[in-house]
Design a protein around this ligand. Structure first.
Ligand SMILES: Cc1cc2nc3c(=O)[nH]c(=O)nc-3n(C[C@H](O)[C@H](O)[C@H](O)COP(=O)(O)OP(=O)(O)OC[C@H]3O[C@@H](n4cnc5c(N)ncnc54)[C@H](O)[C@@H]3O)c2cc1C
Length: 423
């Protein structure tokens, strides 16, 4: 018997973890490398950003999750380079790992569409309310209470809805000098409607729901600059500026430095968002032993339409890559091209409302929200977190409170400085 087939997985997010778990009973040696030691349940990041969940509730240590999987070793490290000819990945600390099959699932990062200086204004919501209460003048306080969210996809809608609820309900009685209900929450979108990929009736419903919460929706505008003064945008032929201390970016994602390096080393083509174009079996052209799954892959369906950057695509991609590896090891015919089974899409808009398109059935309001809640609880990796999140949400639902509103920085400095929010 020769040595075992070595599978190296880069990234323990949705795609990488799914692949690792599917390899449990395959006679291979698995090494999962992630630059963080935990799996992060990104769909609930807004709930952390807006204070309704604590970070620990949406993160699970990778070693713990895979502890019973004897063929798998979890390592902390950041992949920075790959040598596809020598079949080797290189980590930041110089360590090198050889593979027989490589599954790359390193995801993407927030994109500012080439305007990286905008990143400077990326906010942490926890500090904003504090700054507003300390503001010297009502005008300054008002500026602190103006929030602009750029991008009205599921991310932007969810954030704006959560902010409106925090302002109107959660913080109502907490401050003396400011009135959180005066907060302006503005959602900007370049397209003519919110939730572009959703069916039109659900887009319209979502806009109505978020407007009902007090969010101002501005469509058909292009943001051209974000700086300390606020946001400049183009509406038709005119440029307008909106004074805002906090701008939240929900406008798009792009490839990471490692993703770009991989494209360079394999001489492969990327799309505008930096996602690497893969074959229909999720392998890199000319490199059948390198799979790219999840957000970093530009994979297409039967009609040539790119697959969306969602958790289901990543997880199904991970399972598919394992099927191919297994078939090769067993000397069997490889499975047919990757087919994404779309179970539907949903976006949550507030405390008890959402829109959902499940197998073509359009649902909105409370029923859609209950479905959203159920699905998110099922997919949270750790059982203990599932229970904690359920209790936390139940409590918040009944009381309008947000449990995780702790400001974790220190108070020795002035109210938040950049890069936290606009100074
Ligand atoms: C705020 C937010 C909300 C979202 N909401 C939803 C939702 O409601 N529904 C939905 O379906 N999808 C949602 N998504 C999208 C979903 O999270 C992604 O599609 C999914 O995470 C993609 O999985 P992935 O495995 O490709 O990457 P990720 O899950 O992002 O995992 C990538 C992993 O790779 C690691 N990594 C990165 N670079 C390196 C490196 N160089 N070396 C080693 N490790 C590295 C990271 O630490 C991370 O653990 C949301 C995303 C965000 C950001």
């Amino acid at each position: 018997m020769g040595e075992k087939h070595r599978v190296v997985i880069l990234g323990g997010g949705f795609g990488g973890l799914a692949a690792a778990q599917k390899l449990k009973r395959v006679p291979v040696e698995v090494t999962l490398i992630d630059r963080r030691n935990f799996h992060l349940f990104q769909p609930l990041l807004y709930q952390v950003a807006t204070g309704s969940l604590s970070p620990g509730e949406i993160a699970a240590p990778l070693r713990g999750v895979l502890s019973r999987q004897k063929n798998t070793c979890v390592l902390l490290g950041e992949a920075v380079d790959v040598d596809p000819q020598a079949k080797r990945v290189i980590l930041r600390d110089g360590a090198a790992f050889e593979y027989d099959s490589l599954i790359v699932a390193t995801g993407t990062q927030t994109s500012y569409y080439g305007n990286d200086s905008w990143r400077e204004w990326a906010p942490s919501l926890k500090s904003v309310e504090e700054a507003a209460e300390r503001a010297a003048t009502p005008e300054e306080a008002r500026a602190w209470l103006t929030f602009v969210i750029v991008g009205a996809g599921a991310t932007g809608l969810e954030l704006s809805g959560a902010l409106a609820e925090i302002a109107n309900e959660t913080l109502r009685h907490d401050f003396r000098k400011i009135n959180p209900q005066e907060a302006r929450i503005i959602l900007m979108e370049g397209a003519p409607r919110v939730l572009g990929p959703f069916p039109e009736d659900l887009s319209a419903k979502a806009e109505k729901l978020v407007t009902h919460l007090g969010v101002e929706v501005i469509k058909g505008v292009m943001v051209t600059n974000i700086d300390a003064g606020g946001v400049t945008f183009k509406r038709g032929d005119s440029h307008e500026t909106l004074a805002a201390k906090t701008v939240l970016w929900a406008g798009g994602v792009t490839a990471t430095a490692f993703g770009r390096k991989l494209a360079e080393r394999t001489n492969s083509e990327s799309d505008r968002g930096g996602r690497i174009k893969v074959n229909r079996d999720l392998t890199v052209p000319n490199f059948p032993d390198i799979f790219i799954i999840g957000d970093l892959a530009h994979a297409v369906d039967e009609k040539g339409t790119p697959l969306p950057g969602v958790a289901q695509v990543a997880m199904q991609g991970g399972a598919y890559a394992v099927k191919v590896i297994r078939a090769r090891l067993e000397g069997q015919r490889e499975p047919p091209p990757f087919h994404y089974f779309n179970k539907g899409e949903m976006a949550v808009i507030g405390r008890a409302s959402a829109v959902a398109n499940i197998f073509g059935v359009h649902v909105s309001g409370l029923l859609a929200w209950l479905m959203w809640l159920f699905i998110h609880l099922i997919y949270i990796v750790e059982f203990q977190s599932r229970i904690m999140v359920f209790i936390q949400w139940g409590f918040e639902y009944l009381t309008f409170s947000r449990g995780a509103r702790l400001i974790t920085g220190d108070a020795s400095s002035e109210p938040p400085q950049n890069p936290v929010t606009h100074a």
